[in-house]
Design a protein. Structure first.
Length: 93
């Protein structure tokens, strides 16, 4: 298991907890999800790239973001988590 795979799986659970409640029945609150993600990462002492996070969230469907929020683990949620992690200094940074 590579370091990124381990971090990806570990951080997926962190993201799911942090994003709970941000997916509304009318669609995902992308600004709220972004702000929550940035706040949670920065509280842990890491840095984030806001424009990168915006691009990542724009690339995924509401369903993918909701699935990650719900703690689902599939190809799309793993890719979303990996892409969000890449917008931080959590791995190698």
């Amino acid at each position: 298991m590579t370091g990124l795979t381990f971090m990806n799986k570990t951080f997926t659970a962190f993201l799911a907890v942090g994003a709970l409640g941000l997916a509304a029945c009318g669609g995902v609150d992308r600004d709220g999800t972004r702000d929550q993600f940035i706040g949670d990462v920065e509280k842990q002492g890491y840095t984030t790239d806001g424009p990168c996070i915006d691009r990542v969230l724009a690339d995924y469907s509401d369903g993918d973001i909701e699935a990650l929020s719900d703690g689902s683990e599939n190809e799309n949620t793993q890719a979303l988590a990996k892409d969000l992690i890449a917008c931080t200094n959590l791995v190698g940074g």
